[in-house]
Design a protein around this ligand. Structure first.
Ligand code: SF4
Ligand code: ZN
Ligand code: ZN
Length: 321
């Protein structure tokens, strides 16, 4: 609740201030406002159409559980089919982080009556992130990101989906954009998209919350009593490294000073700047000899299969480059 602040629509106690939209809203009107806003983004960016089968990746955190609940409402009104996917990443480290995350994801699938699939990384692929952290000789979050991208793609295909929706929020997107400007890594910036079309053997991927802030997803989850995991991953301090953490704080402080800064940064990037990257030379995509998925720069095997080999998995007759 915001002290002595009232909803601009009905006059009851407000739960959130949205300075960039010049709004203060109660629980009911904020939920309606956010649902309408996400629906508008989905339509404007042609993310989902009524014939689609949409796989929604749910980690159990506030962003993805909020996305699941909003998409469920939309699927009932707009007719698309919705399937939930959760990966049990095998992160424990004495915290039971993955077990709890999966438990909360499943609770939300059951609450929303969305059919779902849980992929237990260790059982399906022979290793979990805890083991990869010890053996993969690369930063754990980079390994985890690679694993999530690959496994979500496979899982989405296996449930018959043609669209994969993820819960990346506005704060994440603003940090990616700023990091890209900071490092000048144009290839990375070019890959940052609210909508990635189906191409080169990958399915279409969409980020319906790319203009929704962390504060908004957390408030939506709390006022709608959506169960979500509040603990951070025990590897959290390594996400993106200290520079990324500082950029995040800088961006969030700037948002306090200049309301609407994050939305403009990300929206302008998506609409006005990223189109210039279309002319950048594309990666030369090959085909992985182990799994058949695309590989970068004509490598014989993809990064995920190379990781599996390092983890003592199926090496077949292929030698990692
Ligand atoms: Fe994976 Fe790192 Fe996120 Fe943990 S903090 S879930 S290891 S990317
Ligand atoms: Zn109200
Ligand atoms: Zn492969």
């Amino acid at each position: 609740m915001c002290e002595n602040v009232y909803c601009k629509k009905c006059g009851s106690k407000a739960v959130i201030r949205l300075p960039y939209a010049n709004l203060t809203l109660c629980a009911k009107h904020f939920s309606e406002w956010l649902e309408t806003r996400v629906e508008k983004v989905i339509k404007e960016y042609k993310m989902i159409s009524e014939k689609d089968v949409v796989a929604v990746a749910v980690s159990g955190g506030k962003d993805s559980t909020t996305l699941l609940h909003i998409l469920k409402g939309l699927s009932e009104r707009n007719g698309f089919d919705l399937v939930g996917i959760n990966i049990d990443l095998g992160i424990d480290n004495g915290t039971k982080y993955s077990a709890l995350s999966t438990e909360l994801a499943v609770k939300n699938f059951e609450l929303t009556h969305v059919r779902y699939k849980v992929i237990e990384l260790k059982r399906e692929y022979g290793f979990g992130i805890d083991e990869a952290k010890l053996k993969a000789r690369r930063p754990v979050c980079s390994t985890c990101g690679l694993v999530k991208r690959y496994v979500l793609e496979e899982a989405a295909e296996s449930v018959g989906a043609n669209v994969l929706a993820t819960g990346h929020n506005l704060n994440d997107m603003a940090v990616f954009v700023m990091s890209g400007y900071h490092t000048g890594d144009l290839q990375n910036l070019a890959r940052l998209r609210a909508v990635s079309p189906a191409e080169n053997g990958y399915i279409k991927k969409v980020k319906p919350l790319f203009l929704t802030s962390e504060k908004e997803t957390a408030t939506y989850a709390i006022v709608n009593k959506i169960p979500f995991i509040m603990d951070s991953c025990p590897n959290n301090p390594s996400v993106g490294g200290p520079t990324s953490d500082k950029l995040r704080r800088l961006i969030e402080n700037t948002e306090d000073e200049i309301p609407g800064f994050m939305v403009r940064l990300v929206e302008n990037f998506e609409n006005k700047i990223r189109p210039f990257f279309e002319d950048l030379p594309k990666f030369n995509l090959g085909k992985c000899k182990m799994c058949g998925k695309p590989t970068n720069n004509d490598r014989e095997i993809c990064s995920f299969c190379a990781l599996k080999i390092k983890m003592g998995g199926d090496s077949k007759d292929v030698v990692a480059k």
